[in-house]
Design a binder for this molecule. Structure first.
Ligand SMILES: *[C@@H]1O[C@H](CO)[C@@H](O)[C@H](O)[C@H]1NC(C)=O
Ligand SMILES: *[C@@H]1O[C@H](CO)[C@@H](O)[C@H](O)[C@H]1NC(C)=O
Length: 458
């Protein structure tokens, strides 16, 4: 039914459009999760996940000619943002064969490098869906979110991430003629205002697109897609962090060029979002023995990660004022690490913690500049999309997560040491060879009122 409509409109070609192709059927991998209620009883939800549109084959409508190959648009098909969106379709995905994505029961496994029939795929990004064409919108205020993760094969430079972003529920279906929508994983945005997206808001990111130096698969375009981001889990076997990133406007906001700020711009702090966030990484807080191989939270084994989003008045309509973390491993509940830096006390993120951290580490307080807890709450109140991804980092080699960063700072400088990885580790050219076999597994997702998803300590 839907496909028919898409073909029809492409024949009419009456509007600018990001079209959906029909060469490969789009079949979302199925994955269950648990919706829990106070008292701890949980209902199984039959969820499904969708691959982000950026990973997909982009080809000429009604044909097989690539619109985009490697890291460049075909200028015979595209002459501007509109014509490119009008003439090109993104297609269905062979999840396991091409992208190394498999789901089974309550688990999702993402492989880092997959040698497919056509090309080599690196990493992936998937979204949880409520129906075949709508993202699940999680409302996290005064809630708890719990999942199991196996990071044991993720070495220096890799990041198996679970986080939330304020993407549109329908992926922007209909905007500027976007015919693909959430069913094809459109509408991504985050607090780095990414400019590596081939389509934004239904239009191609063709104008101003520069192929990324040193990456045969990526580019940076003239526009970026900003929205609030709540990083519950950014981790490998060496380091982990959780980090809220508010924006001036919670939902998708298109930015232009260097005004975007964030990772993809020379002007990191020029945008409307907080690219740094307020983070809790136990190693960075002076506790090198808490998280890692054979440590208190042992990354050689699967673990359960619990995150609580507490509000100031203990209700769903309150303002977020604390993010608390627990781990469960081998049946034992492990409270989060206590910061060992005397001037930044605490084992959770709070206003006091974030203020002290920015001051003591000498970091610009972009968290506060973009509305802090209040604006993060505004985003959470509207509902956010669950993202699970595996990625490497062409911009800073993931050193901000697992090494010393800035690299020229002495590791003893407060805030600079983030993990045990060498400052020359994590380059994509290296990790794509040395860690080609790596993968991350997320599973057993539970969501519900505080205390409903695990046996909390009394
Ligand atoms: C197309 O892209 C350019 C460069 O990013 C931008 O300035 C222009 O506004 C875009 N056109 C539309 C219609 O969005
Ligand atoms: C926070 O949100 C408000 C309301 O949406 C907005 O007006 C403001 O610009 C945002 N940013 C800051 C820094 O307060």
């Amino acid at each position: 039914m839907y496909r028919k409509a898409a073909i029809l409109s492409s024949l009419l070609a009456s509007a600018y459009a990001q079209q959906a192709g029909t060469e490969e059927a789009e079949t979302h991998p199925k994955m269950t999760w648990q919706d829990c209620s106070a008292g701890g009883s949980c209902t199984t939800k039959n969820g499904e996940v969708v691959l982000d549109s950026n990973w997909r084959w982009v080809h000429e409508i009604g044909g097989y000619t690539n619109c985009y190959t490697g890291n460049a648009w075909d200028e015979a098909i595209c002459s501007d943002n509109e014509s490119c969106a009008q003439n090109c379709a993104i297609d269905g995905a062979d999840y396991s064969g091409t992208y190394g994505v498999t789901a089974s029961g309550n688990e999702l496994n993402l492989k880092f490098v997959t040698e497919g029939p056509e090309a080599t795929n690196v990493g992936s990004r998937l979204y949880m869906m409520a129906s075949p064409d709508k993202y699940e919108m999680y409302k996290l205020l005064n809630r708890e979110f719990t999942f199991d993760v196996d990071v044991s094969s993720l070495g220096c430079g890799l990041n198996g991430a679970l986080y939330f972003v304020s993407m549109p529920e329908d992926g922007g279906l209909g905007t500027n003629g976007n015919q693909a929508g959430a069913e094809y994983g459109t509408g991504y945005c985050d607090s780095q205002c990414p400019r590596d997206l081939k389509f934004i808001d239904g239009l191609a990111n063709f104008e101003g697109w520069n192929s990324a130096e040193g990456d045969e698969n990526a580019g940076v375009g003239g526009r970026g897609a900003c929205c609030a981001e709540l990083d519950v889990w950014e981790a490998n076997a060496i380091s982990s962090a959780f980090t809220p990133h508010p924006c001036d406007t919670p939902g998708l906001t298109v930015c232009e060029g260097e005004d975007c700020g964030g990772t993809y711009s020379e002007t990191r702090y020029a945008g409307t979002c907080d690219p740094d966030g307020c983070d809790f990484n136990p190693y960075r807080q002076g506790d090198p023995d808490f998280y890692g191989e054979g440590k208190t939270v042992d990354t050689t084994k699967k673990m359960t990660v619990v995150t609580q989003f507490l509000t100031d008045d203990g209700t769903d309509s309150g303002t977020l004022n604390e993010i608390r973390r627990f781990y469960v491993q081998d049946g034992q509940v492990i409270p989060n690490s206590e910061s060992k830096i005397a001037e930044i006390p605490g084992d959770s993120l709070t206003q006091e913690f974030c203020d002290a951290q920015k001051q003591v580490f000498g970091d610009e307080n972009t968290f506060e500049q973009h509305g802090g807890w209040k604006n993060m709450s505004d985003a959470m109140a509207e509902g956010m999309v669950l993202v699970m991804s595996l990625w490497d980092d062409r911009h800073s080699q993931m050193l901000w997560l697992d090494s010393t960063y800035p690299v020229d700072a002495p590791a003893s400088q407060l805030g600079a040491g983030r993990g045990e990885c060498a400052t020359d580790s994590g380059a994509p050219d290296d990790v794509r060879v040395e860690q080609a076999g790596a993968s991350v597994t997320f599973g057993n997702i539970k969501y519900g009122p505080i205390g409903s998803t695990f046996d909390a300590p009394a």
